[in-house]
Design a protein around this ligand. Structure first.
Ligand code: AGP
Length: 343
């Protein structure tokens, strides 16, 4: 049956996260002593979306300046950077991303420490990095990444917890797998809502802060599994011009989790609705759900820093179900391979 591999992997997520916590959390907590001056993240695709989460995490939770690397700077332009006291984190579920590997290899020669986050411990990325956090998600067969994405988010979150050892955060992290089980218990409700979007051709997906990664990742899932031209934006960027695309009935998806950026998301939702948009709000607040023409609920009561986990699980279910009613097999989207190597 179509889409069963992706669906199975979506459902595996609570077990994957539990396994990662059990096997790696104590060791990763011990890695927090070596606090870098700056963190750089190199990654592609879904792994790069996880890197966006890491930026907010390491900066807002730990106060460590964090930048997303452009692999071509070292790999193609052959720039020389002062990377003393810098930690480069290379993220690649397959561990095969050649340009990410080269960034770590060259970065180490320029003085950086290097860390790999990968689902494949026996991979070129894991071999080149000074340290590795394995994701323990088990082989991912569907082309669309699901369980490797949330496992990568968790690996990054564990590292962030290691830098400051905030006990209340550590306890909430340990309860995350149960929260994903709870989120998946709403699966049927999400599946019932996709019919309205059967013929959707284009939309924008808005997020901000910790959930910018969710907007990026949901948009990627909608593109690759449903062939919808879904364009992601940080909510404020959308106001700086792109909002002009909105006319009556234009679909705007917004990730509106409770937390510091919620008011800014609400402001944008209000503005697009004034222009006649059809707003689909992914939210963990019953109050906010009423602001959209449609709403998808996830993970009530979670702190903002943890909300990207249930938010994307709801998004994965939405994309998988939507692909099926469009007659597309989300397990093997047209013309895509599981591993894409760029240089
Ligand atoms: C994910 O749904 C996509 N198929 C794709 O972006 C994927 O994440 C990427 O190609 C994986 O690269 P990696 O193995 O280096 O993480």
């Amino acid at each position: 049956m179509l889409g069963q591999t992706m669906l199975g992997e979506i459902h595996e997520q609570p077990r994957c996260l539990s396994r990662l916590l059990e096997r790696e959390f104590p060791r990763v907590l011990g890695m927090g002593g070596k606090r870098p001056r700056l963190i750089m993240l190199a990654a592609r695709g879904t792994s790069d979306n996880a890197a966006h989460y890491a930026k907010y995490l390491f900066e807002c939770q730990n106060g460590i300046p964090t930048a997303l690397a452009a692999p071509s700077v070292l790999g193609i332009y052959e720039a020389r950077l002062d990377l003393k006291d810098v930690l480069i984190i290379g993220i690649s579920q397959s561990g095969q991303a050649a340009d990410v590997i080269a960034f770590l290899e060259k970065g180490e020669k320029m003085g950086a420490r290097t860390l790999a986050i990968t689902n494949e411990v026996d991979s070129p990325l894991a071999r080149i990095a000074m340290e590795t956090i394995p994701c323990h998600a088990g082989r991912e067969e569907a082309v669309a990444a699901t369980k490797t994405y949330t496992s990568t988010l968790l690996a990054l979150l564990m590292l962030s917890a290691a830098f400051d050892r905030d006990q209340s955060l550590i306890s909430s992290i340990e309860r995350l797998p149960d929260r994903i089980v709870e989120c998946l218990s709403h699966e049927e409700g999400i599946r019932r809502k996709v019919e309205r979007f059967r013929y959707l051709e284009q939309c924008v997906v808005l997020g901000r802060g910790f959930n910018l990664c969710t907007a990026l990742e949901l948009s990627l899932k909608l593109r690759e599994t449903c062939y919808i031209q879904a364009q992601p934006f940080a909510a404020p960027d959308f106001l700086h011009g792109p909002i002009a695309v909105v006319e009556r009935g234009y679909p705007v998806l917004a990730i509106a989790a409770e937390g510091a950026v919620l008011s800014s998301l609400l402001e944008v939702i209000g503005q697009v609705k004034k222009r006649g948009a059809e707003a689909v709000v992914f939210t963990n607040s019953a109050e906010i759900a009423s602001q959209g023409d449609h709403s998808i609920s996830f993970g009530a009561g979670l702190p903002e820093v943890l909300s990207p986990f249930p938010a994307i699980v709801a998004g994965q279910v939405f994309a998988q179900a939507l692909a099926l009613i469009r007659g597309i097999d989300p397990d093997s989207p047209r013309g895509l391979c599981k591993v894409t190597v760029t240089r």
